[in-house]
Design a protein around this ligand. Structure first.
Ligand code: UDP
Length: 247
């Protein structure tokens, strides 16, 4: 993929050193590609989890594009002396990718979230993005045995871009395991984005984002995230150790 401008290794996970513009150019390339490409959007919590588990690390490494979703990754890359150029928030990237789909006549499928959420998110996005066609939606609480029929429904919808919001690592597994069966141009794992797009969760206000405190705002809305956020100090300690070891 020629738009891939090198990766930064953070705790053994290669993260693409892309700007939003680079990531969108790569997406344009995917829309014109022959086989399906998929995009991972890890933040520091996810990189931290994957770095301690080789199967999760392999999962992220098999993505065609790994965009740096959180400021934690930016801090880590600076600590390592190999700074990522910018944070590319998965939710913002996905919104821009939807605009690209609308402009190119590519329809989209939303998979994930609690019942009703993907439909609402789809309705809101079609209202906000002129020309966007969301060809189908399905909630994210299905049995493994339903996967084949969901893949069939996605294919039958004629969508070319699949947004999957099942949380990490379920969404990445879904994309990787079904990549060959899905007749898509591109797919992305986007965590809780449908909840925000549907209006069920609020995105952190700009002031929180500009100080790198989006995680704190999310914690206020979803206190159950505390366990994941509590891994962040250890994440930074491990990054410092990576720096010292020169890896
Ligand atoms: N979710 C789902 N099916 C599941 C588990 C989770 O559809 O079996 C959805 C959940 O409703 C939420 C999203 O996946 O909308 C998880 O969001 P989170 O922000 O936790 O994602 P992560 O940060 O793990 O990528």
């Amino acid at each position: 993929m020629d738009q891939r401008k090198g990766t930064i290794d953070i705790l053994g996970i290669p993260v693409d050193n892309v700007t939003m513009g680079d990531a969108l150019s790569a997406f344009d390339g995917f829309l014109n590609g022959k086989s399906m490409a998929w995009i991972a959007t890890p933040n520091a919590e996810i990189v931290s989890q994957a770095s301690g588990d080789s199967s999760l690390a392999q999962l992220l490494m098999s993505a065609d594009l790994v965009i740096p979703d959180g400021v934690g990754l930016l801090h880590a890359s600076r600590m390592l002396g190999r700074p990522l150029r910018e944070r590319v928030a998965g939710i913002d990237f996905a919104h821009c990718a939807l605009k690209r789909c609308a402009a190119n006549g590519v329809s989209v499928y939303f998979l994930g979230g609690r019942p009703g959420i993907s439909e609402q998110a789809a309705a809101n996005k079609m209202r906000d993005i002129p020309g966007l066609r969301i060809a189908g939606t399905h909630h994210g609480y299905f049995e493994q045995s339903d996967t084949a029929s969901i893949v069939e429904a996605i294919n039958e919808s004629g969508a070319g871009f699949l947004c999957v919001a099942l949380g990490f690592p379920k969404q990445e597994r879904f994309l990787l395991e079904n990549k060959n069966a899905l007749h898509m141009k591109a797919g992305i794992g986007i965590g809780g984005s449908f909840d925000v797009w549907a209006g069920a969760l609020k995105r952190a206000p700009k002031i929180f984002r500009s100080f790198g405190l989006e995680w704190l705002y999310r914690l206020g809305q979803e206190p159950s995230r505390i366990k994941r956020i509590a891994t962040l100090p250890l994440f930074l300690v491990r990054v410092a150790a990576q720096k010292v070891s020169g890896a």
